[in-house]
Design a protein around this ligand. Structure first.
Ligand code: DC
Length: 232
């Protein structure tokens, strides 16, 4: 049997990395963890407990004290076969994808104590390997020893358009301008933050999917996975 590995997938927001990562995990029988969902769940918790205001002001001291009360789990929805995010036992998959959380998550994910707590949980999930994890700092901070690291990119416009399509498919009416602004602002905050900024690990393989179909991406990733497991 081939040895199990850790696959770290990082990249810009809305570049389709979660879809790629989820599909790969399903295809090769690995667990899949969307770390963006974990930062989103903490953001939702902070909003619901008035520790974060819609203009982005965070009561960091109070949030830090309450980090121990935030329990994030992933549970497979038997109806869809997809893993969904739960916050203290409640399914919050829909709430964490809305514009309100999207607009504020970069503020919360820049807080060092939030990153420390979530990185520790993510590292614990990888102890047995056989895991595909996506995020911003997986190949650089969470699993610098990952056997396969992929850094995904795509143009701003393509990413915003994909996000608009996704939100509209769920019945949320958004404008391209608003989403493009949000995508660019999140890139800026993710890349400029002091704590674990988004950057490509030196040994990560770059995958620009601006002109790739979903099928083309799937094949490329599977090929990289096979090469990485054969090399083990
Ligand atoms: O991938 P996403 O858009 O769902 O991520 C939501 C936010 O969380 C994004 O603005 C950056 C942040 N994030 C992070 O800082 N580190 C990660 N490993 C994953 C996400």
């Amino acid at each position: 049997m081939t040895k199990k590995i850790i696959v770290a997938i990082d990249g810009l927001s809305s570049c389709g990395k979660s879809t790629m990562a989820r599909e790969l995990a399903r295809e090769v029988g690995y667990a899949y963890i969307d770390t963006g969902a974990m930062y989103r769940a903490v953001t939702l918790y902070a909003l619901r407990h008035a520790l974060l205001s819609p203009d982005g002001a965070v009561d960091a001291a109070a949030l830090e004290r309450r980090m121990g009360e935030i329990d994030i789990t992933f549970r497979v929805n038997p109806a869809t076969g997809r893993s969904e995010t739960h916050l203290n036992g409640q399914n919050v998959e829909a709430d964490i994808r809305g514009m309100e959380v999207s607009a504020l998550v970069s503020r919360v994910s820049a807080l060092p104590f939030v990153r420390r707590a979530l990185v520790a949980q993510q590292q614990a999930m990888g102890r047995e390997k056989g895991l595909v994890m996506d995020g911003r700092d997986i190949g650089t901070v969470v699993f610098p020893q990952a056997e396969l690291k992929v850094f995904v990119t795509a143009s701003d416009e393509v990413r915003a358009q994909r996000r608009v399509d996704e939100l509209r498919a769920k019945g949320t009416d958004v404008s391209m301008e608003e989403v493009l602004r949000n995508v660019r602002e999140r890139d800026r905050l993710d890349m400029e933050r002091a704590e674990s900024p988004l950057r490509r690990a030196e040994d990560a393989i770059e995958l620009d999917n601006t002109h790739l179909t979903i099928e083309g991406q799937r094949e490329r990733l599977l090929q990289l996975f096979r090469q990485a497991t054969e090399a083990e």
